[in-house]
Design a protein around this ligand. Structure first.
Ligand code: ADP
Ligand code: MG
Length: 544
């Protein structure tokens, strides 16, 4: 047996890894299982090029074995294995040189929220977040390799000696610490495995070592992999059925409402990106969409809704995105400046806009039917991204109070470039009647987001004006020319007396037999007032 010391300058390294590097301690399982997965993939690659001798019938697998009495959790693979030299190189040295880089970069960083995803070659060491001590038992695939046993309690010391493992591959044994005994619970481990490793390409089995299996019975759990090794997003879109897309949606998002439609992303060049995005049904009760975009890296789950990779408004959708080339061994704050990430998010934006455009062109009625559900997403996307607006501006719909749909073009092409809109059909009923008497059918823009959206549209289209039906309607209804100046003046006088003397007062005749008089605020004043009220207590009217 030989003793060595892990090559590292900073004594505080492990406490830092434990407390800071990973905010969710359950990711240790992701790291160990993806190492096991890498080990299998490496061996397969070697076999494919004739460097390793593997039977065709070889059953590659990863076993995660829980033992409550022994307080151990094991991750076992029958992959490439390691020689003693490799353990020294990959476990004792490389990992910590990565750690030194990390420390050098972030030691003085105050940004505790800059959570690290992936690893600095530190993946294996995440095991110490949950363990008192860790053992490695490994046998390399190489001819004549000797098995190796490695052990460390997470300090800077380790022991390495000849091992007893007889079959090719690696077993990582974690002796869980008291704070982490939840990972002795099979249900917790299963959940964690499904979360991070549910779509890995090698079968993963969860085994309860203490479970007694009676004669003639079989342990179903131990014989059924917890993962789906061929996730739908990796298939060719032309080979996927509608039913498969729906099943996948139900399974992944636990949402039993059918999605409206989906977009299958499938790019190999100039970058690699696979995924499926679903447009969910709006939760009409709360007028909200609760989206969720799961980010994967080579089938390994990384996190939900990472805003550095996916434009914020796309998070209103539900979906999975697999970016194998994502630079994950850097901090999340690094991702923002990465050219790859910008390319990915531009591509997704374009695909979403293309899908909407093609729906509008080929299935206009369906598109109109979906509009009630998708409009908050589309509007929010426009507000957040000018490029997205440019791609969808011709297919923005306005539903009028009779249920007919108009586009912006219908208004900009018209002689009167004014869009009258209603935010509350009941409260504004009188005004609607007045407009209808004048041959105008107002459109419905009832959501909070619409307030911002109409201002945005005016800014983008200088020739168009949005007017809520109860704001200054006089201008357009002044056909009634008989009104007498003197009456106007009298009314103005009366109000001047009552109101602040700086208030601007205008009197216009009404063309209606049912309504004798109305007070209205100007569109600008009302909108300003509403906006400042809204900005005070919410973030830009984002549907949440
Ligand atoms: P990374 O996976 O990013 O290389 P890790 O700290 O997770 O960093 O692992 C360090 C190295 O240890 C791996 O690159 C690999 O060479 C080796 N290793 C870890 N686990 C295994 C395993 N189960 N089988 C074979 N080699 C392994
Ligand atoms: Mg790793």
């Amino acid at each position: 047996m030989s003793k060595g010391s892990i090559k590292v300058n900073t004594e505080n390294l492990l406490p830092i890894i434990k407390k800071w590097l990973y905010s969710d301690k359950d990711i240790f399982l992701r790291e160990l299982v993806s190492n096991a997965q890498d080990a299998v993939m490496k061996l397969k690659k070697l076999a494919a090029i004739g460097e390793a001798n593997i039977a065709d019938s070889e059953d590659f697998r990863i076993d995660v074995i829980v033992n409550k009495t022994a307080k151990t959790l094991k991750v076992c693979d029958n992959g490439i294995g390691m020689t003693a030299d490799e353990v020294d190189k990959y476990i004792n040295q490389v990992a910590f040189s990565g750690a030194e880089d990390f420390i050098a970069k972030y030691e003085n960083s105050k940004d505790k929220e800059g959570e690290i995803i992936g690893h600095f070659g530190l993946g294996f060491y995440s095991a110490f977040m949950v363990s008192k001590s860790v053992e490695i038992d490994t046998l390399s695939y190489a001819d004549g390799a000797k098995s190796v046993h490695w052990e460390s309690d997470g300090g800077t010391e380790f022991d390495i000696e000849d091992g007893t493992k007889e079959s090719r591959g690696t077993v990582i044994t974690l002796h869980l610490n008291e704070d982490s005994e939840e990972f002795l619970d099979v249900v917790t481990v299963r959940k964690t495995l499904i979360k991070y490793c549910g779509f890995l390409p090698v079968n993963i089995y969860l085994i309860n070592e203490e479970k007694e299996v009676k004669d003639g019975e079989e342990d179903k759990n131990a014989n059924t992999p917890i993962n789906d090794t061929h996730p739908l997003w990796l298939k060719n879109p032309s080979d996927c059925t509608e039913e498969e897309y729906k099943d996948f949606y139900r399974k992944v998002f636990m949402d039993f409402n059918e999605p409206l439609f989906h977009i299958h992303l499938n790019v190999d060049f100039p970058f690699n990106l696979k995924g499926i995005l679903y447009f969910p049904k709006l939760n009409h009760e709360f007028q909200s969409i609760e989206g969720q975009i799961k980010l994967f890296n080579n089938q390994v789950f990384i996190a939900d809704n990472i805003k550095e990779v996916i434009p914020e408004y796309l998070m209103l959708l539900k979906g999975v995105i697999d970016c194998p080339d994502l630079p994950l061994n850097v901090s999340r704050s690094f991702l923002q400046n990465d050219g790859y990430v910008t390319k990915v998010s531009n591509h997704i934006t374009k695909k979403v806009a293309d899908k909407l455009n093609s729906l509008y062109k080929t299935e206009k009625e369906t598109y109109e039917k979906y509009w009630d559900d998708i409009n908050p997403f589309v509007k929010y996307g426009c507000l957040r991204d000018d490029k997205f607006y440019d791609r969808v501006k011709d297919i923005l719909l306005f539903k009028d109070i009779d249920g007919a749909y108009k586009t912006l073009k219908d208004f900009t092409d018209a002689d009167v470039k004014e869009v009258y809109y209603v935010t509350d059909k009941d409260a504004q009923a009188q005004y609607i009647d007045l407009l209808k008497a004048d041959g105008i059918t107002p459109v419905l823009l009832p959501d909070m987001l619409d307030n911002h959206f109409v201002s945005y549209l005016e800014y983008k289209n200088s020739d168009i004006k949005f007017k809520r039906v109860d704001s200054f309607i006089g201008d357009n209804l002044k056909d009634n020319k008989e009104s007498e100046e003197s009456v106007k003046n009298k009314i103005t006088e009366i109000f001047k007396d009552i109101l602040d003397k700086d208030t601007k007062i205008e009197v216009s005749p009404l063309k209606s037999e049912d309504v004798s008089a109305l007070f209205v605020l100007s569109e600008e004043e009302r909108r300003m007032a509403e906006m400042s009220k809204m900005f005070g207590n919410m973030d830009f009217g984002v549907p949440k």
